[in-house]
Write a protein that binds this ligand. Structure first.
Ligand code: AMP
Ligand code: FE
Ligand code: FE
Ligand code: ZN
Length: 277
């Protein structure tokens, strides 16, 4: 089974890269992609454990982007961090995420017993920070019972404590991924939970920038979203992937709950700058 979208403690997952790789194998995954938000910092640890236990690993990143005020996530597979383009863009996004999370924590600290050090205590060294780390600090402070409860209200975009952050435009992200030898695939493109995401015109623009695929089978893509995404992959000659978007505890997504075909994996491997390990 091939699962091409998962998170570790390098971003907002709750398993270390080592534990992620072990749990994936135990769940029957034979090829796993580690795709933390805006970072490659989990790659080295995931690589050594994957090679030790014998599971194939696709090194990837879920890159934050924006399109006309919408937040868009673009998966990049097998890009070479040494090539110019993507690494510099990710550095800027991580800085914007950090400033944004400090601002949200400031607002929350007026009404709840959490401080910035409390939020940082929920991260490990080289983590890309995000709202889940505020959620974890709120759980630790006894304000909410779990991540879901925090997302339902306090840290939701409709809540009083939400601050947005600037990410590069989606066409620029696709171009940067391509320049770095990566294979760009839009994550959960028409998720109902994300305001139905992109228009057909937007997808067309991303195809012109070098887009390779759409994530069709994903928990947050309902039947209508999958049908529309599949139709677009046929119209534009794009790859169709499926993945779990596993984050560990705090989110229901289970390893291997959706998967990608071996043919599509081969195509990604052929196009990427780095090998599948
Ligand atoms: P942010 O990156 O700061 O905008 O926060 C959104 C991230 O939180 C997404 O990557 C979600 O996958 C993640 N997340 C983790 N747990 C939850 C949850 N229980 N509900 C909603 N989002 C969650
Ligand atoms: Fe996430
Ligand atoms: Fe995402
Ligand atoms: Zn994700």
């Amino acid at each position: 089974m091939i699962d091409l979208h998962t998170h570790s403690t390098a971003s907002d997952g709750t398993d270390s890269p080592t534990d992620l790789v072990r749990k994936a194998q135990a769940a029957g995954v034979t090829t796993l992609a580690i795709t933390d938000h805006d970072t490659m910092s989990g790659w080295a640890e995931a690589t050594s454990e994957a090679q030790r236990i014998g599971i194939s690993l696709v090194r990837g990143t879920e890159v934050s982007a924006s399109y006309e005020f919408r937040s868009v996530h673009i998966l990049s597979y097998l890009h070479d961090p040494a090539l110019p383009g993507l690494s510099q863009l990710l550095e800027r996004t991580r800085q914007a995420r950090l400033e944004r999370l400090i601002a949200m924590t400031d607002l929350l600290s007026r009404d709840f017993p959490i401080t910035w050090p409390d939020v940082l205590a929920q991260t490990s060294g080289d983590t890309t920070v995000g709202r889940p780390h505020i959620a974890d600090a709120l759980v630790a402070a006894g304000v909410v019972p779990n991540r879901d409860a925090a997302f339902a209200e306090l840290i939701s975009p409709r809540g009083n404590y939400y601050v947005r952050y600037e990410a590069a435009s989606a066409p620029d992200v696709v171009a940067a991924i391509t320049a770095s030898g990566g294979v760009p695939v839009v994550a959960h493109p028409f998720a109902a939970t994300r305001g139905r995401g992109l228009t057909d015109e937007a997808i067309n623009e991303l195809v012109d920038a070098g887009l390779a695929g759409l994530e069709v089978w994903h928990r947050e893509m309902d039947q209508a979203a999958r049908t529309r995404a599949l139709e677009l992959t046929q119209r534009f000659g794009l790859l169709a992937t499926g993945s779990s978007d596993y984050h560990g505890i705090g989110k229901a997504n289970a390893l291997g709950e959706h998967w990608t075909s071996p043919e599509v994996l081969t195509e990604i491997a052929n196009r990427g700058a780095l090998p599948v390990l």
